[in-house]
Unconditional design. Sequence first.
Length: 354
Amino acid sequence: MLEREILDRAARRRPYGRDVRLLVTGGAGFIGANFVHHTVVQRPDVAVIVLDSLTYAGNRASLASIDDRIDFVHGDVADANLVDRLVRGVDAVVHFAAESHNDNSLADPWPFVRTNVVGTVSLLQAVRRYDVRYHHISTDEVYGDLPLDDPRRFTEATPYNPSSPYSATKASSDMLVRAWTRSFGVRATISNCSNNYGPYQHVEKFIPRQITNLIDGVRPRLYGAGRNVRDWIHVDDHNSAVWAILERGRIGQTYLIGADGELDNRAVVRLLLEQFGCDPADFDFVTDRAGHDLRYAIDASLLRSELGWSPRFGEFRDGLAQTVRWYRDNQAWWRAGKASTERNYAAQGETTLR
Ligand code: NAD
Ligand code: DAU
């Protein structure tokens, strides 16, 4: 379908006169797809247009159950002409599309530079031209890492210090958004979130990789000594925070998103082994990631105090159990990507240490 028809259809679909047409980039990926589901259910006043190039990480099936309630454009955020035509017809953009996996960025950084940096510039130029509200989805990894067993956490004032090609491209994209806000008055906000978990996450990522290994009777695989700490948040809590920022966030402001979910990787694997009824020692240590960040930890006080946001998911154990159920019940969704993902890890030199 032509973009013009998609925009007209989105306009007709809006049930109330005052409502919003929202362009969601990367809406077939993990967080973007959950955001689109959340929006369709919680915000029937919003007409959603998804722009996604369906890389290995994008999955059209993630949107299948709501296909008749959204419009989907198969295209690239770095295609400035396409982006211009789409942005011209909407009220706001939420930019999730990215190359998102650290390990892949170590193997080949070029797609990261193209999508994460060039793609962001192409969106910024279009929102600038048509004065469209823009929300930029970013990561806590732009701040580098923290020592283990240290009370400090990242805040909006922490200096940028990215470690991997992935996080360096995300840091670049944040800086570009800041520059376009200051120099051209673009109405933008930025959020930097910690590690998400939940349904529709690609099996290359830590939690779904171990869940799908366990479903297949394969031992979980921990990088290095498994002591690295991540600050876990359920994807629905991330997305409710994005909505809070879109609606009530201050233009030009960065908000950190996190739910006080610090755990080391061994602890996550132990919880998973428990849920599968396995011995807590049934895992393997494998080759560590080059430059592996030690610890991420978010102080989300600004988001909580200024925008009144709080997470809905309480116990990580419960959210994890729900996620395990989802992967058990949706094997058709992930089977196709599992074998190629594991081949990819082997090709990148992953070997069992002990
Ligand atoms: P993902 O890899 O699951 O999905 C990325 C999506 O973007 C895919 O659908 C893919 O097809 C699409 N895409 C990639 N290149 C594109 C291009 N050039 N044009 C159009 N679409 C393209 O990623 P995710 O985990 O859902 O992450 C989404 C965003 O959230 C990213 O910006 C990421 O940096 C950020 N983020 C992720 C996490 C996390 O824990 N996963 C945490 C904080 C921030
Ligand atoms: O902090 C936010 C970031 O979280 C996002 O910006 C990234 O897009 C997202 O991929 C995620 O990055 P991480 O590198 O932290 O996530 P990953 O799932 O790759 O790894 C989580 C931790 O688990 C990390 O310490 C590496 C480790 N790990 C990972 C895999 C795939 C293992 O021990 N074994 C594994 O098999």
